[in-house]
Design a protein around this ligand. Sequence first.
Ligand code: PAF
Length: 289
Amino acid sequence: MTLKTVHSVAELRAVVAGWRARGLRVALVPTMGALHAGHISLTDHVRNHADRVIVSIFVNPTQFGPNEDFGAYPRTLPDDQKMLDAAGVELCFAPSVEEMYPDGFATRVSVDGSFTNVLCGASRPGHFDGVAQIVTKLLLQALPDCAIFGQKDYQQLMVIRRFTTDLNIPVEIIGAPILREDDGLAMSSRNRYLTPEERAIAPTLDRVLGEITKAAARGAEIAPLLAKGREDILNAGFKSIDYLEIRDADTLERVEDRVRKSSRVFVAAHLGKARLIDNHAIDPINITG
Ligand code: PAF
């Protein structure tokens, strides 16, 4: 089966209705395009949960702040289509901004509280409202059985689980592991912004998170670990750090002194034109006896 691309909600619904009539299970992989191996790992992963895979490609203006990279965000539809075809994806949904936000559009989806006012929610005000708005629309347009999101955007995954539960959207949300380059850099469409010199510096994030994770899992005090991590990131050549924090993996509450339960260390930092994010899981090692 070769990849089919549709641009309207009506065409998307017609294809999905045909699959549903045949009793097939449908998966949605929401993306903003500029696809890389990390996205393809999501389509491969979700294959185990569905008979047909849809990848949506839409650079969503409402999740970008006024001084962010909406205009510069890479748009590479022909290359993306080739990758999806090679990966055996059945349907690409690539709507225009007018299709998603026609004249008169006036509805917001907003998630309050601890998932959205910390980390990227603090440094990118309004970002998660934009994500919640577009993901709600995509889910209601495609009505998939399941949808998959990468854990690089761990906070986004938590926000999406929250509003799909709160709004009773009948979909299974699946989280997938972070795919990394050989040197540890988490795969991201924004890695394309890096010059060769910056690209060589970028894996510092993964290295620093790895060191923090190892020590924190053994019960080390957190504050000095984070202070050293910040110093290492800035010394490596990053311009600034939005956050480097350890938070509870379920609630995203800040862990203050030592890690005692399943947590994650999160970072967002600026390197050249790119704002890079990453995170590692910290599972405390119980040292007994
Ligand atoms: O993670 C992304 O690429 C985007 O935030 C998403 C989920 C596709 C919504 O635009």
